[in-house]
Design a protein around this ligand. Structure first.
Ligand code: GAR
Length: 206
């Protein structure tokens, strides 16, 4: 790969993970740049963060398409237009479909607010709190066709406090998540990575 790795980041909400990547990419030594930000909804802070950083954005809403497959195809098409080396799902609250897997399989990572394989899905922090675990955390994984089941790139542990609410726990997880994401995506960009079965390793194939 010549030049910085091209990242397309997909968001659905506040975009603090996106912001951490945008901030990291401001340093040329980081080895990556965010070439576009996509979303499945309008009016979110994540899109405003991209606009403030001068990064192109696009929105593809499920309800504007006749089927979920059509939406997936349109999203994949929009992403492909920016020729990404890596697609980062950073708080993207949709499962991507077959077209997306076919085009970008093995080059899509997702950050999840729990320590996989525990608590997959949309309620990671709430499920961890309800279960009563003392340690939870966050996971960056290479997306496969399951729900938060892909090969693990990086994880960080976060202790649960007795006084935690879902929000306070999620905020601490997100702080760990931003560090994990910036560190791991930077390494993927600079060093390359391989996926063999469930093992993800940094570094190029020798
Ligand atoms: C993050 O904690 C991310 O892991 C989670 O949404 C949050 C987004 O925060 N994603 C999921 O739960 C996906 N299953 P952000 O918009 O501030 O980056």
């Amino acid at each position: 790969m010549t030049g910085p790795a091209r990242l397309v980041v997909l968001v659905s909400g506040s975009g603090t993970n996106l912001q951490a990547l945008l901030d990291a990419c401001a340093d040329d030594a980081y080895g990556a740049r965010v070439v576009a930000v996509g979303a499945d909804r309008d009016g979110i802070e994540g899109l405003e963060r991209a606009e403030r950083a001068g990064v192109p954005t696009f929105v593809r809403r499920v309800k504007d398409f006749s089927s979920r497959d059509e939406w997936d195809r349109a999203t994949a098409e929009a992403v492909a237009g920016f020729e990404p080396d890596l697609v980062v799902l950073a708080g993207f609250m949709k499962l991507v479909g077959q077209e997306f897997h076919d085009r970008f399989g093995g080059r899509v990572v997702n950050t999840h607010p729990a320590l996989s394989p525990s608590f997959p899905g949309m309620r990671g922090p709430a499920d961890a709190l309800e279960y009563g675990v003392k340690v939870t955390g966050c996971t960056l994984f290479v997306v496969d066709d399951g729900v938060d089941t892909g090969p693990i790139v990086a994880q960080r542990a976060v202790e649960v406090d007795e006084a935690d609410t879902v929000d306070s726990l999620h905020e601490r997880i997100k702080a760990a998540e931003r560090e994990m994401l910036v560190d791991a995506v930077g390494r993927m960009a600079r060093e390359g990575f391989t996926v063999e079965g469930r093992a993800v390793r940094f570094g190029r194939v020798r």
